[in-house]
Design a protein around this ligand. Structure first.
Ligand SMILES: NC(=O)C1=CN([C@@H]2O[C@H](COP(=O)(O)OP(=O)(O)OC[C@H]3O[C@@H](n4cnc5c(N)ncnc54)[C@H](OP(=O)(O)O)[C@@H]3O)[C@@H](O)[C@H]2O)C=CC1
Ligand SMILES: Nc1c(N[C@@H]2O[C@H](COP(=O)(O)O)[C@@H](O)[C@H]2O)[nH]c(=O)[nH]c1=O
Length: 376
């Protein structure tokens, strides 16, 4: 049994025009004193508090539970006085002279594997340095924190880190404080950067509370995490690996697909243009290998790197229809079809309308897309 990932609470303060700082070197105080007290209480309730390297550089924060009564409460509960303090970096370029490293108890820095060696040498005993694979992977960060016993994680910014966790669908709750003024500066950091967020007009968050903290409005949102399991991610990564086997094409996507029964048995896998058939799609190739009357199909999941097609020039039956005909009721995909060969792919809509559960895994979208980088 792997340890559970922590509950992730993202807390930030922004101006009414959506900025979390201005572009001056000094840190901008957006929160009211009452709101800063909320932040202190949230830190006290958390097992770990996390920021990005940009915030470390610009704010030089200590990131501590400040109220002595809260420190004492933690101690009385048998917890360390201060939560684990966490920094994320892509480059590994973290300055050991920052205040962050010289306060509180335990500290961890996460970085892509390639950056860990130099960073560990730089930080020495100031922090543990942990690699997250080829890239800065927020899922790997949560896995590692879970294994350290972290059950509640507070993500405290800045904008790039908010974007990293939100676009990966890894946030459970947002506490967003809105300060009653404008920053009015196009160069000032925004709450989030542009990105593909699972929460859009069609997938709205739940407003769980609003309150006034001094002159600051606190909005509390519950963010439904896409119910993907670690096994789903692993199997979808297998589908991405399968997509790398596709014979190259300048006119069609390279896609990989796996069909896996409820008990984890792989029923079939397939990839685009498999076996010399220039027209076959990955889902079609995989489904063709399973007898139509296999009783495991209704409980099975289709993992595919690209949204199943809803219209198709090459063959009469699009893949979304093939999936419906197979009886499969659950589809996990990495990447929605871009409007390159088909103006508006309706594969997800078609499946959902027929009652199939469709889950997207934005964490793997970049990898699925990379296999098709030559298509632009
Ligand atoms: N009002 C508020 O509530 C808060 C405001 N802030 C403000 O936010 C600003 C800082 O925000 P921002 O500049 O976005 O910095 P962040 O704190 O979000 O850190 C960004 C850094 O984290 C690493 N990183 C983040 N995402 C990735 C990724 N996908 N791949 C690789 N590395 C990644 C990089 O580190 P590296 O550069 O080492 O490669 C990147 O430069 C400051 O002005 C600060 O005052 C911050 C927190 C709260
Ligand atoms: N400016 C700002 C925040 N900034 C956050 O507070 C951190 C600094 O905390 P400390 O080390 O305790 O001073 C900083 O790194 C950033 O994450 N937070 C908020 O709730 N409201 C605000 O207006």
């Amino acid at each position: 049994m792997t340890d559970p990932r922590p509950y992730v609470l993202l807390s930030a303060a922004m101006s009414v025009d959506g900025r979390i700082d201005d572009s001056s070197p000094e840190r901008l105080l957006l929160s009211s004193p009452e709101d800063f007290d909320r932040v202190d209480e949230l830190r006290a309730q958390s097992d770990a508090v996390l920021i990005g390297a940009g915030t470390l550089r610009s704010d030089d924060p200590r990131l501590l539970v400040n109220a002595p009564a809260r420190q004492a409460r933690r101690k009385a509960e048998g917890r360390p006085e201060q939560p684990l303090r966490v920094v994320l970096t892509g480059s590994g370029d973290l300055d050991p002279a920052r205040r962050f490293w010289h306060h509180g108890d335990a500290r961890v820095a996460y970085a892509p594997d390639a950056a860990t060696g130099a960073l560990a040498a730089r930080l020495g005993a100031l922090a543990e340095v942990v690699g997250t694979g080829a890239r800065l992977d927020p899922g790997a960060v949560l896995d590692d924190l879970g294994a350290r016993g972290v059950r509640r994680l507070m993500v405290e910014g800045g904008g790039a880190v908010h974007t990293l966790f939100l676009t990966a669908g890894l946030v459970d709750e947002i506490q967003l404080a809105v300060a009653p003024f404008f920053v009015g500066d196009a160069d000032a950091p925004a709450f989030v950067r542009p990105g593909l967020f699972p929460q859009d007009a069609a997938h709205r968050m739940t407003l769980a509370g609003t309150s006034a903290l001094g002159d600051t409005a606190l909005l509390r949102y519950l963010v439904a995490r896409p119910p993907l399991t670690p096994a789903d991610r692993r199997l979808l990564a297998e589908a991405v690996a399968e997509s790398r086997l596709c014979p190259p094409s300048d006119t069609a996507y390279s896609v990989g697909a796996l069909v896996v029964a409820e008990d984890g048995t792989e029923l079939a896998r397939g990839h685009s243009r498999e076996g010399g058939d220039p027209k076959v799609h990955a889902e079609e190739a995989a489904l063709a290998k399973i007898p139509a009357d296999d009783p495991r199909l209704p409980g099975a999941t289709l993992y595919t790197t690209l949204e199943p097609c809803s219209v198709r020039a090459s063959r009469p039956t699009p893949c979304a229809q093939l999936v419906l005909a197979s009886g499969i009721r659950r589809v996990v995909l990495a990447w929605r079809e871009p409007a390159l060969f088909v103006a508006d792919c309706q594969g997800v809509e078609l499946l959902e309308q027929a009652g199939v559960t469709v889950l997207e895994c934005p964490e793997l979208a970049a990898e699925a897309r990379a296999v098709n980088a030559h298509l632009g």
